[in-house]
Design a protein around this ligand. Sequence first.
Ligand SMILES: Nc1ncnc2c1ncn2[C@@H]1O[C@H](COP(=O)(O)OP(=O)(O)OP(=O)(O)O)[C@@H](O)[C@H]1O
Ligand SMILES: [Mg+2]
Length: 260
Amino acid sequence: MKLVCKNLAMTFLNARSGDRIDALGPVDLAVEAGEFVAVVGPSGCGKSTLLGILAGLIKPTQGEALLDGKLITGPGRDRGVCFQDYALFPWMSVLENIAFGLKAQGMGKEERESHAKQLILRVGLVGFETRYPHELSGGMRQRCALARVLAVDPQVLLMDEPMAALDAQTRQLMQDDLLNVWAVGEQKKTVIYITHSIDEAVYLADRIIVMSARPGLIKADILNDFDRPRNEIRTMPAYAEQINRIWSLIKNDAIQAMTK
Ligand SMILES: Nc1ncnc2c1ncn2[C@@H]1O[C@H](COP(=O)(O)OP(=O)(O)OP(=O)(O)O)[C@@H](O)[C@H]1O
Ligand SMILES: [Mg+2]
């Protein structure tokens, strides 16, 4: 198993009010190398918290998260992380942001730039190389963040709604790009992909984890084994059925999360 969560839970303590917020779990999850796992669930159910723990940025208050059998104690180059809020460096240009992780890998300046330029082409940011994040639209920032993660080519991709700010057409193109990146090479990457969009989960993933309202528990673990490539599945009745099935699992929790 590539990633394992054992009895994993997180309770945040609000330093000002002293309130405890049970954000997640307990969750048990095992993800095989090469699996593309989507995580869906109502707003505030702990999805980003789960990803933060796997990224090594949040220390769980209960249980453990393992990568290749080893306890996750901090961030690492073996995991590429794409945050909900893009997390670009505001003082770096698009090109510098994308090339950033390559320096840490020991790549020389020219090679870094040429590699970053290929990615800029792929995510459609040609002409914006020298712009800074605040000069970009939300969708462009998201594409830049995606390119930055893909640049370092990690074995594990941890993605938190990486396409939420993209327009519908760009999103479809980027989804196919992501699937190409995922499958390229001898060993597929392991992907944990958080999304609000059930149809996106069904289009992308091998497996879909449905979480309940906060504190998020795993409510369902659904095999999503449509044949690949899936370019044609959006018109298939089975695709719509799968989406409806998952929505029916989330609906009450989503309403509860909105009114709580
Ligand atoms: N650092 C923190 N301190 C205190 N509470 C937090 C912290 N981070 C998250 N929470 C709380 O934990 C709960 C889960 O948050 P989280 O961001 O993981 O949810 P989510 O499923 O990603 O939501 P969304 O779908 O809206 O992004 C929320 O109630 C949130 O307010
Ligand atoms: Mg979130």
